[in-house]
Structure formats: C-alpha cells, structure tokens
Ligand binder design. Structure first.
Ligand SMILES: [Zn+2]
Ligand SMILES: [Zn+2]
Length: 256
C-alpha cells in the first residue's frame, strides 16, 4: 500500500512542476523552499551547545566551553548532537507529512539540511544507525522515518549504514511532559541491539539518526545501548531540535 502511494507520489512529482516541500507552491527548482518558507524556517547555526546542538541566543551565552547549562549538569552519553532546524511550525510542515502522510520525498529535503548541519559528524562516522520504531508502529506506518533519513544520508555521504542495528524491545508512551526521572524509567530496557547485528557495532564510531530531538532521553537510551554493545563513540544527527520546555525555566526545573 505504502509502496503504491510512494510510487504515485514519485510519478506525480515527475509530472508536476517543482513545488516548495513546505507549502507546495510552485518554485523554480525541485527540493528548494519558496522565499516565504525559507524565511520562516529556523536553521540551526552557531553559536550552539557543542553537546546537544541547542543554539545560544548570543556568543556570550556559549560561555567558556560552548556547553549549555543542561548539558553541563547532565552530560549526555553522546559526543555531539546536531540538528538542521529548530522544531517549530515551519519545520513541522516538513516533518509531520513525512511521518504521517507518507510524503517520503520530504526525507530528501530534510537530509540535505541535516548533511549541512552534521557535515563533520557524517565525515567522521563509520556507521549510521536510525532510532527504531516499535514493530507494530512500523507495520502500521510501513516505514521508519528515521530509517528513511539514515538511508538518504548514508547514500549521499557514502557512509555505511545498518538500518536495523537497534530494535525497540517494547512500546513506550509519548514522553511529552514526563519528568526526567519518568522518561528514564519509561525508556529503561526499551531499546536493544538486534542480536544478529551485534557484530556491526563494536569499535565503530556510530552516528545515530532521528527526525526530532526533544529532551534527548530517547537518543540517550539508544546511545547507552550502542556504547554498551562496544561502539567507540556515538554522535547524534536529527532533522529538528525542540528545546525541552523544562529548560526554559532553567536547569533547576529539570532537577525538580
Ligand atoms: Zn513554501
Ligand atoms: Zn546542551
């Protein structure tokens, strides 16, 4: 069913004039944004937290170590996380259709900007691994959006990839507004290395791929599993970055 849909989309794209991937108005070149959407999108640029990729408002906010207060208080298990866009109305218009409306062509547009934001991480990576979906969700949706992004990035950057190195061992609730402790509890044991892929991870510098990074709890759980399986290092590359709502109240809110 999804394949037929994708084929229909691909065929339509060949017949239709190039359109903005965000608002669908006509543009001169396929895969480029119209001026209004380009202006509305918040591309993540320096200065940013070297650990979680969250942009700082000013260079002065970066402090002496370019690390945000949250990462200083709770160092993530990965080395560097980078995002192409901030998660807002404009980037949501690219990501939600990829996830829920089978607009798989949006993966190419997102991957273009992820490759820009994560150029160094991609060049250093010797294995790209997507955050997995639970198999029931995968069955319903027909594809894993993180897998599609990883495939596109691996092909473009000529990096090795293992689509199913990680498995979601059980379903998890939407993490939403759960506290840091509840998120960790919800994700404990949720991810595992697929036994048949256990040999792909040891000694590798892994780049974990996902569509959205929010609190980082999911990426952290995956990074721990990869490091426990022998990965030499884990970095994270996502399409968009949501500032954790609790951070706006300062890192103390995270402790509460
Ligand atoms: Zn547009
Ligand atoms: Zn940070």
């Amino acid at each position: 069913m999804n394949r037929i849909h994708s084929f229909a989309h691909a065929t339509l794209d060949l017949l239709l004039p190039p359109h903005c991937p965000s608002c669908a108005i006509e543009v001169p070149t396929q895969g480029t944004f119209c001026a209004a959407c380009f202006t509305a999108l918040n591309f993540v640029t320096a200065p940013l937290c070297q650990a979680c990729g969250l942009p700082f408002a000013t260079a002065a906010d970066a402090g002496h170590d370019s690390t945000c207060p949250n990462c200083r208080a709770y160092p993530p298990p990965w080395g560097h996380a980078r995002a192409a866009f901030l998660y807002d109305d404009a980037s949501r218009r690219l990501i939600l259709p990829l996830k829920y409306a089978d607009r798989q062509e949006n993966a190419a547009v997102l991957a273009t900007h992820m490759a820009r934001a994560g150029r160094t991480l991609l060049a250093q990576a010797d294995l790209l691994v997507p955050v997995p979906l639970h198999r029931w969700r995968l069955f319903r949706r027909g594809f894993n959006q993180a897998g599609l992004l990883a495939q596109t990035l691996a092909r473009r950057a000529s990096r090795p990839m293992c689509l199913d190195a990680l498995v979601r061992a059980r379903r998890t609730r939407v993490l939403g507004t759960l506290s840091a402790a509840d998120r960790a509890h919800e994700l404990a044991g949720a991810f595992a290395i697929r036994p048949s892929r256990a040999g792909t991870v040891p000694g590798r510098r892994v780049l974990l791929i996902d569509d959205v990074l929010t609190s980082g709890a999911t990426a952290a759980a995956c990074a721990h599993v990869l490091l426990d399986a022998g990965a030499r290092h884990v970095d994270v590359l996502v399409a968009s970055r949501v500032p954790d709502p609790r951070w706006r109240q300062g890192p103390q809110a995270e402790l509460a």
